[in-house]
Design a protein around this ligand. Sequence first.
Ligand code: MGD
Ligand code: MGD
Ligand code: MO
Length: 742
Amino acid sequence: MNLNATEAVEAGTRIVRATSTFDCGGRCPLRLHVKDNRIVRIEGDDAPEPDQLRTCLRCRAYRQMVHHPERLMHPMKRTGEKGEGRFERISWDEALETLAGRLRHVRDHYGPESIFLASGGGYLGSLHNGGRAAARLLNQFGGYTTHYGNISSEGAVWASLTTYGSVMVGHSREDLMNSKLIVLWGWDPARMISGTNTMYHLIRAKENGARIVSVDPRYHDTAAVLAHEWIPIRPGTDTAVMVAMAFVMIRENLCDRDFLDRYTVGFDRFEDYVLGREDGREKTPSWASEISDVPVETIVRLAREYATTRPAALMDCQGPARSAMGEQYNRCACTLCAMTGNVGRPGGSAGGGLMGIPVGHMFRMSAIPAGKNPVELKGPKIKGTLDIRDRVIMRVHVNRIFDAILEGKAGGHPADIKMMWSMCNNYLNQTGNSNKAARALKQLPFLAVNELFMTAQARYADLLLPVTSAAERSDLTRPWPSGPYFCFTNRAIEPLGECKSDLDIAGDLAERLGFENFNPFTEDDILKSFVEKNPETGPLIPDYDQFRREGIHRLRLPEPIIAFREQIEDIENHPFSTPSGRIEIYSRRVEEMNHPLCPPIPKYMRTPEDRFDPLAEMYPLQLLTPHPKNRVHSELYKVDWLREVEPHRIWINPVDAEPRGIKTGDEVHAFNDRGRVAIEAWVTERIIPGVVSIFEGAWYDPDENGVDRGACANTLTRDGYSGGGAAVMNTNLVQVEKALPG
Ligand SMILES: Nc1nc2c(c(=O)[nH]1)N[C@H]1C(S)=C(S)[C@@H](COP(=O)(O)OP(=O)(O)OC[C@H]3O[C@@H](n4cnc5c(=O)[nH]c(N)nc54)[C@H](O)[C@@H]3O)O[C@H]1N2
Ligand SMILES: Nc1nc2c(c(=O)[nH]1)N[C@H]1C(S)=C(S)[C@@H](COP(=O)(O)OP(=O)(O)OC[C@H]3O[C@@H](n4cnc5c(=O)[nH]c(N)nc54)[C@H](O)[C@@H]3O)O[C@H]1N2
Ligand SMILES: [Mo]
């Protein structure tokens, strides 16, 4: 087979080296075949094994999105009711004048804090574009209010910072080859990627003899392909099982005491809790079994196996952490990693859920600084604090944006929001409680949205500004957790219709607002300076032109990166970045915060809408909302090829389906006090009884009775956050019933 596409190309067709900028955590190097300003074909990476980065289904369907007939092609203003989706075409001139006028009006009448800037959650381009350009402009304009918190991983971030003082808690994926046991604890990389070639490395690790165990309420794709054992567990109860594993390890003398003595602080406090000296309750396997439905023998066996198989990689992630007490799961995972001496060791893991290594995390430095937000300068400095309450004084938690719009200062939020300018997100669809979000956007006086599609949120706009896809501009990007490589995405086609990049929109608007020289550099100048002036990448990418030509710069690491290896090899000269310089199983900083939901050691705690909440009488099923295989959140929703991959369905176990008279293919309603969705059922033993699952990202589409026909998962979720700041996406109770015919 001829893998070198350049040779087989038709006359008039160019091949452009690029990638998508989807936020799946991977980054597929692509060769886009372009003819007459259309991408006509896509091929993946042509590097030989073992370097080749295999392209997944979403990037293979990329051109179906870029050239989708429903792409927004010109600016539009609302003509119907808010949310109705009726718009009329206007000129860029009118659009920019409208936005500039509204910004001036709100700033002058209510103050700049009443302007809300909502930028990217799921979209990941480079930092000069997207929300960054708008922030730079608004900083010059007088400031704005924005959101706080990483909607993906705040629980894991909090846990990693608390325990290690660092978010770089990962190993390069090749290091999985050194593991003898790999525990996928709420981690499904076959679907959510977690680094382009993670599955490749997991498969090799298995071939190399590693045992693979999956702990998850769902028998997911990675487990189906790789796991020797599936341990089903009730959502939100992982910490209880981990604590009971610690109990077994302590009682059976299986802890690495030398490691704990040398590298950690506060294990005694954790031990007091585990053994019941703190609260009179031993955290035995039978205690945890009642909470989690994991059999006692399984907990005991897993504890022994994990403690005695060295090295072992306990791979916790972010899904279970996107929950009401999410950070406790990651903190407890870190604690188990330390108890077994797996931190800083090849084939081991540090836990913490983030899996990032310090290369491949690039372009954080800005060639054009965004400047400071004058609104935030009026507030307290929040750098370094672990206390979420300090972080939401001047900002709105990302999962509370719509509550802030509805309630304003009277509801304890930092501002009375009078307008929102939104880009690179579909938050109505992607944050908790979409019905509340829709109410908020109906009430909000003005919403401008930079978008490629008429998304669920864009329907509520007053003004729609059409933006280019990543294929229509050049950019830099990266795989987020792993690498180690950097991507240059070359402009493949000229902007379609009247689309402009967010950067150009900000530039044009700056002109209207009277700022001169907002975009003084060419695209190439900017990208070049990002690469060359960045202290992280500068030394790593020696030749900008070659990088641009090849579309990728692969790093050759002499050996896999192991988080905290330096600390473990020489703790005296390389302390951890925590106040004690050690791994903090107990955190004084957290104790001093005195936050009722943040114990200083990891603990299992009950939460609202857990399985034991009395509300379960009315809404007896726990709802999970994982990320979809055939989309990136709500992106790619319109692509037919990908819809064919997997219909949008609710997973339900036969034990729950049969008494409700539900069969595969039936239309069912899932509902709670926040909303009701209509969705097809998939009756399957791949999910445990008592739990149902709807993939996030389907577009919210309420009918006249308020039933969400699009079955957006967030019609059912809560707009809250945990003590550590995690968006609560996986702690929900619902009922499911068969839809009545007609
Ligand atoms: N229930 C539930 N909800 C969740 C999650 C969950 O697990 N469960 N996960 C959460 C997570 S981790 C995340 S990261 C968020 C993601 O939340 P969002 O960021 O709101 O989700 P996306 O669907 O990626 O939306 C990105 C939007 O940006 C647009 N876009 C793409 N490129 C550009 C561009 O260059 N400029 C502009 N202006 N727009 C562009 C796309 O068309 C798309 O509509 O969802 C969260 N929501
Ligand atoms: N294809 C695709 N890939 C993506 C994305 C996408 O939208 N599509 N989004 C990307 C983004 S922005 C992010 S942040 C990541 C998210 O990646 P993750 O946060 O890892 O993904 P999730 O799908 O939310 O959840 C992972 C697993 O956790 C399980 N789980 C949920 N609750 C619990 C629990 O209480 N206990 C246990 N043990 N397991 C539980 C789910 O069943 C699921 O199998 O994915 C990235 N990758
Ligand atoms: Mo995310």
